[in-house]
Design a protein around this ligand. Structure first.
Ligand code: SF4
Length: 247
């Protein structure tokens, strides 16, 4: 294992052992291991946006652990197409435990009653409608699975398949970290996965409707997110200096 850049972040005692256990496994084996019935990482949930690239991870999970808990954060600003795609994929894949979570009405009334916070403070809006909601939804979970890939952006270029989310004190898994666009498209075609309804219109990464635009040729997959702001991430995935990763 490479020297750990973030050695002060209280890694679990079995981090190195688990890292070795997962090394060399292909993506399906990796997911089978973390969702194995003896629960080597405790309770683990997957988090998905039902976005343009979500189908591959969900198909793999449906294959190895169809009853695994899956969390979808409904910010209240999703495209109608995304909500329809969620329902289509849940049915298509036979996912048994998809839970939609969102901001409680009282907090919404207190913090963003007119639903305009995204215009003046997108970081605050994401914190309210995504990060805090996920933090709450992950209570009782020991780890979570994300669909992040290294190729998606500079910010994601160093993620590892196994990480320790020290801010939340949970395992974090990125099973598709080393997949690229070609891998995803091949898999989707081979398994005849329905595309996100907006993908054909250039929405290669689909988030909330006020903060998502299509991308043009040559742009990063995520270039259409918060296009007119410096913002690149919603905050669900903590910055690298808060997530422990090994080389
Ligand atoms: S993506 Fe935009 S609308 Fe959605 S939570 Fe973040 S700032 Fe708010």
């Amino acid at each position: 294992m490479q020297p750990n850049r973030y050695a002060n972040h209280n890694l679990p005692a079995d981090f190195t052992r688990q890292h070795h256990a997962l090394a060399g496994l292909d993506t399906r084996e990796f997911l089978s291991f973390i969702f194995a019935t003896h629960r080597p990482f405790g309770q683990v949930a997957a988090v998905t946006s039902f976005g343009a690239e979500s189908a591959v991870l969900l198909r793999l999970i449906a294959d190895v652990a169809p009853s695994a808990p899956i969390i979808f954060i409904d910010t209240g600003f999703h495209f109608d197409e995304t909500l329809a795609y969620r329902d289509e994929l849940v049915s298509h894949l036979g996912l048994q435990s998809v839970k939609t979570v969102g901001l409680d009405p009282l907090s919404e009334k207190r913090s963003d009653a007119n639903g305009m916070l995204h215009l003046t403070d997108p970081d605050g809006c994401c914190q309210l409608r995504k990060v805090a909601v996920l933090d709450h939804a992950l209570r009782g979970q020991d780890g979570w699975v994300s669909g992040q890939k290294r190729y998606q952006s500079h910010e994601r270029s160093t993620i590892d398949r196994l990480e320790w989310d020290s801010a939340r004190g949970k395992w974090k898994f990125n099973p598709l970290a080393d997949w690229n666009t070609s891998d995803l498209m091949t898999y989707q075609t081979q398994h005849q996965m329905p595309p996100h309804p907006l993908a054909a219109a250039g929405y290669l990464s689909v988030g909330c409707s006020p903060c998502t635009t299509p991308v043009t040729d040559g742009e990063d997959v995520r270039a259409g997110r918060w296009r007119h702001h410096e913002k690149r991430e919603c905050g669900l995935h903590r910055p690298a200096d808060l997530i422990v990763a090994t080389g």
